[in-house]
Design a protein around this ligand. Sequence first.
Ligand code: ZN
Length: 256
Amino acid sequence: MAGEVTEATARAPVAKLAELLRGARRAVALTGAGISVPSGIPDFRTPGKGIWEGVDPMEVAHIEAFHRDPKRFWSFYRPRFETLADKLPNAAHRALARLEGAGMLDAVITQNIDRLHAKAGSRRVIEVHGSIATSSCTSCAATYELERVAELFDDEGVAICAACGGRVKPDVVLFGELLPAAAIAEAEELCASADVLLCVGSSLEVHPVAGLPEVTLAGGGQVAIVTRSSTAYDSTAAVKLDGDVVAELEAVLEAL
Ligand code: ZN
């Protein structure tokens, strides 16, 4: 039946991904910065773009920078917060929300802090790097919604806790900080039991996301990749789509 094999291997990647999703008992998505680029949020690892221009994120978005020089930290983070707060989800975020709504996707694990999956209607979102949704006092642990953080800035531009006068930090994982243990455990559990791990817009280089496809593969599941960049999993992935994330995911939805 050589003819059938040839036909199967020649099938378009979009159709192949649609078939994987149709056949999955449990599919989980794993997303990175690439899914939010069409929403106007640059990937900070692309040099010289937007707010990251002339800034070393490793230096300014580091927990030590927050403690050592909160004024400088917030002079960078405050406009970033304000910019992110206004961003809207794009068709790729909406595609994943539609898959979940149709019962074809269990959850979205994301490296992104921009809340766009939730804004697009995804219900189960695991944010392994935290999110801009809240900020918390480093002294008394009081938590402030994003909309309220603007009221906390003192004359120096540093966010100060209204309850105790302590310093308020965004609930995002800064460089040099531990990852949120509960979110990581949930992500690993989801990946271990997933038939299909759909990786979208991530180069799968940054821990912990870099290790999650391995968890799915070890559990007998398959990995699908929708991203322009090359990844360490390209050769083990069941399918790789390397076009624009919006166009690719819309095509997959159409093929379902
Ligand atoms: Zn406080």
